[in-house]
Design a protein around this ligand. Sequence first.
Ligand code: ADP
Ligand code: ZN
Length: 427
Amino acid sequence: MIDCWDKTNEFLTREKLEEKQLVLLNKNFQNAKKSTYYSKAFSKIDKFSSLKEIEKVPFVTKDDLRENFPYGFVSVPKSELVRLHSSSGTTGTPTVVFYTKKDLDDWAELIARCMAMTGGTKEDVFQNTMGHGLFTGGLGFHYGAEKVGMLTIPFGPGNSPRQIWFMKEFGVTVAHILPSYAMHLYSGFAEAGIDPKELKLKTAYIGAEPHSEEMRSQIEQLYGIKAYNSYGLSEMCGPGVAFECKYQNGMHIWEDHFYAEVIDPVTGKVLPDGEEGELVLTTLQKEAMPLFRYRTKDLTRIIPGVCECGRVHRRIERIKGRSDDMLILNGVNTFPIQIEKALMKVEGIGRNYKIEIHKRGYMDKLVVYSELTEESFTDNFKDLEQLKCKVIESLKSELLITPEVHLVRPDSIEVLPGKAKRVFDMR
Ligand code: ADP
Ligand code: ZN
C-alpha cells in the first residue's frame, strides 16, 4: 500500500494538475475581486487563459498586507470568517490572516496528506510541541493529526522535563518540533538520564525555521528517528504548503492549492526550474484571503524532475534563508545556514550556536559562539585549541572569511521559546 491520504489529488498527472490549476486560478480570481485590495488591483484583468498569464499580476508583499490591515484582502463577508492567525513576527510588525470553515478544512486536509505521506496513521500518538496560539504551527498540525486519527497531544512549547515525561508515558511515535528545540530538548533527555532512542518515537516533523541538512542528520542520529522538513507560512495557511516525502529529497509543494514561481529577487523575472531565487506563491483555493504572487522572501529553487514517490507536485530545495537574512560581511554575502552547516560538520561541536557581527575599525568581524558536546567539553587547553582551529578552517572553507570562534560549554547559549534567534548584528 502506498503512503498517501488523498490519492486522487496527490497523484494527478502533470497535465491534469495544470488543468486543475488554471480552473482554480480563474475561480480564485473572481473571488479575490471581492476584496478591497483586488477590486482595484484587478480592474484591468478579466481572466487567465493560461497559467503563464499570471505574470500580468503584480506581486504582493508583507508591506501590502500591512498597508491594507486589517481586512483589505478579505474576500468574504466578515460573518464567514471563523479564525484569525498572526505571523510569528520574525521580521517587523506581524501580519494577520483569516480563514473560513472551508479554509480550515482544506488546511487540515493538507496536513493530513503530509503526515500520511511520511507514514503517519491512526495508530500514531502525536505530540505537538509548537505554540497553539496565534502562531499557525500548533493548530495547523493539530487538526491535520486529528483528521488522520492520531491520538493528539496539544502540548505546546517549552517545559522539557514534562515534554519528555509525556513522550515516554504515552508512547509518542510522532512529534512536531522546531529543529532548534529538538537540539535543545536532547539536553533534557540527558539530564533525565533517558536515551531518546529507547522511546517509541520514530518520526519528527521539523520546520518553521531554516536549518541545514547537517542539523537534520544530527537530529535523526540523536533520536534514532526520521526527521522530515516542513515548510509553510501564515500568508498561505501556515504549515502544509510544502513537505518532504519519504525520499527526503526536497519538499513537495501542494500545487493544487498553491501556484509556485521562483523569481529573481532583484528584477522580478520568473526563473526556470532549477535556478535559485525567491519563492512566490499564489493561493488557489483560499476563500477568506486569497493572495496572488505573494513574495515570500524565502530563497530556494525548484528541483527539476519527478520524485521517486511518483507525485508530480514539484519540489523545492531546503530554504537557504530569507533574502533579508543575508549577512554582508566586508562585501561578502553569507547566510546563517552556511555557518550552521560548517559548524555541524566538525566532530565535537555541540547542539547550539550564535553568531555576532561586530565592527572592528572599518572592518566587519564575524564572531561565532559554538557549544561543545558533553564529550568534547574539556579543560585541556591544547585539545580545545585544536578543535577551534578545525572549526575556523571549516567556516573559512564554506564562507571564504576568517571568523573569530569561541567554544563554550554545552547548554550555555540561551534558548528562548519560539523560532531560534541566532544572529546578533552589533554594527
Ligand atoms: P514569520 O514571517 O513571522 O516568521 P510565519 O510563522 O508565517 O511568520 O513563518 C513563515 C516563515 O518561516 C517562512 O516564510 C520561512 O521564512 C520560515 N520557514 C517556515 N518553514 C521553514 C522551513 N522548513 N525551512 C526554512 N524556513 C522555514
Ligand atoms: Zn516524493
